[in-house]
Design a protein around this ligand. Sequence first.
Ligand code: ADP
Length: 373
Amino acid sequence: MAKGLVERIGIEGSLITHQTNAHQIQTETEIPDHKVGIKLVVDALLSPDHGALASLDEISAVGHRVVHGGEKFADSVIINAEVMETLHACAGLAPLHNPANIIGIEACQALLPGVPQVAVFDTAFHQTTPPEAHIYGLPYEYYEQYGVRRYGFHGTSHKYVSRRAAKMLGRPLEELKLVTCHLGNGSSITAVKGGVSVDTSLGFGTISGTIMGTRCGDVDPAVIPYLMEQTDLSPREMNDILYKQSGLLGISGVSSDARDIEQASNAGNKRAQLALNMLCYLTRKYIGAYAAAMGGLDAIVFTAGIGENSITIRSQICQGLEFLGAIMDPEKNRTRGKEVDVSTADAKVHILVIPTNEELMIAQDTAELMAKR
Ligand code: ADP
């Protein structure tokens, strides 16, 4: 009925975008915190001019994306006091995200008293990974005492596209082996076997795996203390380098945006070419590793900003995967933002482009929980 976005909360130039079938409205206004943001969303939904609802009574539940559910939540959940307590407890694991998610939930509770709130976790889909895939080779007590393990992220997206992939292939999800590549500013690659996540490239934090816009991807951990000692960096400064100054940006020195990197690479910029080659090589390596982890592969799925839109990057990733039976049809691959099977008609392993839809997945999970109540 409507969709929208609140951006730049707490910084200059904050704005709300609100869209219905008939209207698209963008308003620049001061949005000092998430509470004000939520209030603006509700106002936009109820607006007599361009709203989608006549009254708040029409809202029967609210679904929230929550980044970190720790080990407590393997599924979406209706929020109660106990859930809230656990969310607070998980805040240390996702200091940038969970506190904001909590504010969003509390703001909705205040504006819509008595309306059920549902939490849909980015980590939940990966709770099915076996211990050998999610425990690190560190002393076991760090897992027990501090929760240091692989959690994985983008779960809502991986879950959504794996379900769509089964529909596209016309086969039961339970019998499929998929590698889903969520490639955006943040990226993760997941092995989905029988509909559940069995391994994923993001881990304890959101920096491992393939290189991302500004995040480093897999780095030998020995590098971190070495660099900290050599350059006198504090943990916070080191973190900043790993999360914000690395990846496509750090290698190319050009930009964190894949479109800029492609452009610079085409113009002959060697470091942009290297950044692009690394993104494609590392992603291909994960696809191969996960095919081995699952003992086979039925389809590779591309989603998110880069996966849905970059014809060149998809093509370069798949070069060399022919031995697995994944053969791309270059004509079919000339597509953006649509569900398309871009493999050749006789390819043993399908290559699918599937636009992700995390909002829909959150809405479906919320509706499902409400129906079960
Ligand atoms: P986020 O992780 O922030 O949700 P997105 O999924 O929106 O990110 O992905 C953003 C990335 O997608 C950027 O690197 C952007 O350059 C890339 N992208 C978007 N459109 C295109 C395109 N047409 N060609 C290549 N890359 C694209």
